[in-house]
Design a protein around this ligand. Sequence first.
Ligand SMILES: C[S@@+](CC[C@H](N)C(=O)[O-])C[C@H]1O[C@@H](n2cnc3c(N)ncnc32)[C@H](O)[C@@H]1O
Length: 180
Amino acid sequence: MEEPYSPVTDDYALWSCEDEDATETEVIQLLGALVATTKPKICVEVGAYTGLSSFEIGNALKRNGRGHLHSFEIDPRHAATAAERTAGLPVTVHPIADTEYDPANLEEPVGFLFVDGDLDNRSSSLAHWRPWLSGNSIVAVHDSLKWYDVQLAIESVEYLQRIDIVTPRGLTLMTLAPEA
Ligand SMILES: C[S@@+](CC[C@H](N)C(=O)[O-])C[C@H]1O[C@@H](n2cnc3c(N)ncnc32)[C@H](O)[C@@H]1O
């Protein structure tokens, strides 16, 4: 479907999405390209929903020939759909909140983090994963231009570089400062 009205850009109808809760298709494609370009060993996604972005990231990892995506989804029905969609890919869908997972269980630091949970829990996710990011990690936060809560969450972390990509909902890419 066409992306619904957004005050972020007058051109909002040029973007598309599977449904109103799904990430813009063009953003999903960009996430796959970022993973293909940067070759992370461990990817984390907060908010799989039906697994569209998980599928794209998982496919990029499969083509890379290494790496694994840990994707978190609190709604068990959506988590089951995402697990079905990503079957055969290097993806584990965890049917829990990301903040319930102990990152110490991961075999490597997180090289790519995509934060796309609820609008009011992005800062908790960023704080939870922050100590487990590797030096070159890319952090991608969705909905960053449409929602004030998400902008506040982004401002809650100390970033070295930041680019706000204009889409109807917005995607912010960051590299973070090393922890003090
Ligand atoms: C906007 S949707 C994600 C869209 C998805 N990335 C896609 O490709 O279409 C947000 C999802 O995040 C889930 N969610 C919200 N907070 C979460 C959390 N802390 N951990 C895991 N899932 C979360 C919600 O249940 C919802 O399905």
